[in-house]
Design a protein around this ligand. Structure first.
Ligand code: ATP
Ligand code: MG
Length: 383
């Protein structure tokens, strides 16, 4: 069985690594060079998109910002999973909000704005503070503005206009203005759905961000009720999109209530812990779903945490001397802030895991792993 992944980054790489034992061969379409490559050896190329499509039994994507003509060409082959509509929904906050509303899934109150007048209306209708997010091409907190006071509106609008002007398709752009949610924490649910509608979800996990970028995910044996609430929303969204593959949903938790922040139609950074902590990892389940194999269990086998390695191409080797620690490098060139790899660590109990997280954090250079120790210390107080 052969799979073509649209996108040739670390997610395609980890899908390829998880696929080999299943006798599935993965190739990746590099959207920059428009060539098909080996995701484990980017120098090895296999021709153009048409050749990639011919090679594949199934086609999928590792990110949602893929040119629509590429999606259309893949969909025409009948091999693309999830559908182009699902992928586009993840890449356009207007479509995303539309699906959430259509499913009746709780999310932040919002308004779509394209003019300065819309912006003024959003401020009066939704109140302040607001967070403004570009409809297209936003990721890792880019294309976002925060407004606390109406006096900032004119300057922020200038910034937004400049952002629109620099975008690929300025006319297609818009901004979603959202009420700022006073959340207690950020959590996410990753799950897989197959073509028959069967699902396997992983437990709800807690996500810690540093400067708007995910730095730590913690998967603990915990709160069944909250996972059930998230699972109900996952089912609604996945059914509405007739989804096939792994889908991630990010939530804000406010008290015992979850609000959807955003959805990602793909394997997700907050699911990397599943490589060591779940019965079947997200990469394998995505490949199983998209190639028509039965899904594997998403059950937590042991509490596990993931630490992102950002902008560093090495970590102290002592990290590996801590029990149940695993390193996953992506083989990418070093660049400030770039996702270079991650560390997974596991333990038998929640308490042992948060202690181990603190232990690993102490071994990591604080310049590159700024607030991980502090986060681990806070978790240790709760468990
Ligand atoms: P990523 O790709 O890292 O998930 P993103 O660019 O897709 O980021 P969001 O997830 O929408 O953007 O927002 C980034 C972060 O900003 C969130 O994780 C959250 O911390 C904060 N944030 C976003 N929307 C809101 C909101 N409505 N209220 C409060 N905080 C928010
Ligand atoms: Mg996000």
């Amino acid at each position: 069985m052969n799979v073509l992944v649209l996108g040739a980054g670390q997610l395609a790489r980890m899908m390829a690594l998880a696929s080999k034992p299943l006798n599935v061969n993965v190739r990746a379409y590099d959207v920059g060079s428009r060539t098909v490559v080996d995701p484990l050896n980017l120098a090895q190329s296999y021709g153009d998109l048409a050749e990639g499509i011919a090679f594949a039994d199934a086609i999928t994507a590792e990110f949602e910002h893929i040119a629509h003509d590429v999606l259309a060409q893949c969909e025409a082959s009948g091999k693309l999973h999830p559908s182009s509509q699902a992928i586009k929904t993840g890449g356009d906050r207007r479509l995303e909000k539309g699906v959430l509303e259509q499913c009746g899934v709780a999310n932040a109150q919002h308004k779509i704005i394209t003019t300065e007048q819309d912006f003024a209306d959003a401020i009066s209708e939704l109140g302040l503070p607001l967070i403004l997010k570009s409809a297209l091409a936003g990721y890792d907190g880019k294309g976002q503005w925060r407004i606390k006071d109406a006096s900032q509106a004119a300057d922020i609008w200038k910034d937004i206009e400049a952002f629109f002007a620099g975008a690929n398709e300025p006319a297609a752009q818009a901004v979603v203005a959202e009420q700022m949610v006073p959340f207690d924490r950020e959590v996410s649910l990753v799950g897989a759905r197959d073509a028959k509608g069967n699902t396997q979800v992983y437990p709800l996990v807690e996500n810690h961000h540093t400067d708007g970028v995910l730095t730590v995910t913690v998967a603990l044996a915990q709160n069944e009720a909250l996972t059930a609430q998230a699972k109900a929303m996952f089912d609604k969204v996945a059914d509405a999109l007739n989804y096939v593959g792994v889908l991630a949903i990010e939530f804000f938790q406010v008290g015992e209530q979850l609000l959807v922040n955003e959805i990602a139609p793909r394997v997700h950074n907050s699911g990397h812990w599943t490589q060591q902590g779940a019965d079947t990892c997200q990469f394998e389940n995505h490949i199983r779903a998209t190639t028509g194999m039965p899904l594997g269990s998403g059950e937590l086998v042991r509490p596990t945490a993931m630490i992102n390695i950002l902008g560093e191409d090495e970590v102290p080797s002592e990290v590996l001397s801590v029990p149940s620690v695993h390193l996953h490098w992506y083989g990418k060139g070093k660049r400030a802030g770039r996702k270079m790899g991650h560390i997974n660590l596991s333990a038998d109990t929640n308490k042992a895991l948060v202690e181990r997280l603190y232990q690993v954090a102490q071994l990591l250079p604080s310049a590159a792993f700024e607030d991980i120790q502090q986060y681990a210390a806070e978790l240790a107080k709760k468990y």
